[in-house]
Design a protein around this ligand. Sequence first.
Ligand code: BES
Ligand code: ZN
Ligand code: ZN
Length: 522
Amino acid sequence: MDIQTSSDRFGEIDVQALAVAVFKDEKADEGFLKDLDAATSGIIRSVIESEELKGKEGETVYVHLTDDTQSKSGMKAKRLLLVGVGERDGYKLLQVSQMAGTAARALRARNVKSMGIIARAPENEAERAASATVEGAIMGLFEPDKYRTVEKEERTIERLVVVAESEDEEAIKRGAERGRIVGEAANFTRDLANEPGAYMTPTIMAERAQQIASEYGLEIDVLDRDRMEQEGMGALLSVARGSDEPPKLMVLKYTPENGGGKDGEQLALVGKGITFDTGGISLKPGENMELMKYDMTGGATVLGVMRAIAQLKPSIPVMGIVPSTENMPSGKATKPGDVVRAMSGKTIEVINTDAEGRLILADGIAYAKKLGATRIIDMATLTGAVSIALGDVNTGIMGTDQELIDEIIEAGREVGEKFWQLPLDKEYSKQIKSDIADIKNVGGRKAGTITAAAFLKEFAGDSSWAHLDIAGTAWGDDAKPFRAKGPTGVAVRMLLNFVERAARAANEWSKHGSPKPPQSKN
Ligand code: BES
Ligand code: ZN
Ligand code: ZN
């Protein structure tokens, strides 16, 4: 899709269809809608008076202008899509992005090839709104039906024009370009998450990581089984034992041009890369098991984010680590009751082989520390319990560093992604005490999401660390007007915003030479 920007008036935008945001209870005889109404021979007033459109979020009305109207007003677009966006007060980047997604999906369905989006974001937000508009449109157009061959809609939007009246057209261009990078990164993550287990093995995932590294210029290292053995990654290897597919641990490194990280800070993103989770010997029930192809979404999120970072070039170093394996039952598989030794030296009693994500993350986190990480964010489809607690609305977040957690929540809030902190008091760690080893890999029925995090905390140690449990938010069971059902790409936008905020904070810090980087603004 060709992406352009324009600060021309709506009549000048040369596209087949224009999508326009309409606020709740907005009148047709005031402000922008008044102009649009005049140019369309009163269509806006007619639609609003008929109460077909009240401006509620997600509502749409689609109209064609007559040739007569068009020639009178000189308006170039012949079709108009009015998109309800809710209250003007609550119109934030999330709503802008959803408006764009809704518009792109609705117009593609009507076989439109070129479209303009008039998102009507506040002027002082123009750059970020341009980004959100493009992100929303690109993410809105993602479809999970890659392997469908019959009755497949081959409609595509070929050209998107972001229309924003702003003094600073360069800012809109920058925003739109950022939006393209971010939206494509999120769709990259979704595409990986959507792949069947047979087409997304650890080997294939590592190849995709290699491709990103060579295409966008990142350092890469992929550890195979031998190197994992040398590193003593007994926890990761214990999960891989049952599978015929060899495990991989990917390391992608981004270093800014100035070398960056003069303050010695090294951010590491660690993502769970279970390319299929059968549960192992503690076999899962068959119902919905096919969904366990998305158990590598944490890893795919790391890859998507690194892909975008390589293009956005923030001024701080970032490292992405993805431990990856299948979790399969077989004659070689780890059995409940087995004791394994993690890279950190801790011994783990494996009570349930289905609690495998924490095992591979234990070694992923230990390896991040070995490579010098000072701040670690891990992300994983870790527990079914998190969707019982938070549903598909909030991602669970826990960790050892409240400042880091607050910063993540704020970075998410800015881009419309919700994170909700669960407590991680030391009392919960009692649930993972083992009779035979240092710890065990499950903590019983109570507080399943928290005890999984308590397990990871044993490996994060005193590092600054936060854990995101995306099991409830990484997959959408239903389609939304702005997005297909299936993988959501959750956390990609938050993490990119987080990294950009951290880079800005580090720049401020080096400019003013204050002894510590600025604290989070909460
Ligand atoms: N991959 C699953 C968690 C999951 C469940 C992700 C549903 C997405 C949707 C994870 O490996 C797992 O099986 N966790 C167990 C832990 C239990 C054995 C302590 C769970 O949540 O049931
Ligand atoms: Zn599992
Ligand atoms: Zn799993």
